[in-house]
Design a protein around this ligand. Sequence first.
Ligand SMILES: C[S@@+](CC[C@H](N)C(=O)[O-])C[C@H]1O[C@@H](n2cnc3c(N)ncnc32)[C@H](O)[C@@H]1O
Length: 239
Amino acid sequence: MIVTMSRRARFGDLMRRVKARLGLARPRGRDWHRRGVGGRWDVLGPLQFEFLKSQGLEPQHRLLDVGCGSLRGGVHAIGYLEPGHYFGIEKESSLLEAGRSVELPRYGIADREPRLHVTGTFDLSWVDTGVEFDFAIAQSVFTHLRPDLIRQCLRSVLPRLAREGVFYATFFEAEEEDVLGPDHGWREDELQHPVYTLRTLQGLAKEVGGTVEYIGAWGHPRDQRMLAIRRAPEVDHSP
Ligand SMILES: C[S@@+](CC[C@H](N)C(=O)[O-])C[C@H]1O[C@@H](n2cnc3c(N)ncnc32)[C@H](O)[C@@H]1O
């Protein structure tokens, strides 16, 4: 298994380690990393995995999990996909590290070579040239992002999709207009509960050469809606 980190993430990680060494870090308690991605571990993990399978995910496919947190959905996909076919990116190094060191052994899948990378900029330059994703998913991620970060995410992910690849992303739907609301609190560069119109998300995708299909309700307990985002066929996505 490979865990890599961007320079900014390495700095954040170093600061956390210094705080821990100085005794400034707050104790987190057992399985804090499950609560840290919103809890409902046994509901939201299987839900997203079964959704991907219902859309055609098969063991030979390659999956990119954007904002994979502590691998709530990842543990199911990693056990199902061929070794090395699961790719996870995550901004919070401590969540990803807990997923790697606690959840992978717990599920008996530590030998399945998931490719895990810490980045807050959706950087995919560490993924080997030529690797294309058949599926990508961002579950409960656009539900925390500002529009500029959603655009940045799409700009990074869409060119790495296979020609028939699909990026599934959940969002909180606004009927009339977007409401961004307050900052998240403990997670940097995130909002608590932004709501977006479908029109806004279609506009962001169009700006970076994507199309958006509205899937809508998919059984999420907080009624997050699902989108299927694809590369627009007429746009050249070559690097
Ligand atoms: C509610 S959690 C969901 C995690 C995971 N998708 C799941 O369903 O368990 C949202 C995750 O998105 C991550 N995230 C937010 N902004 C990000 C960014 N700019 N780049 C990468 N990950 C990000 C957060 O750190 C957090 O782990």
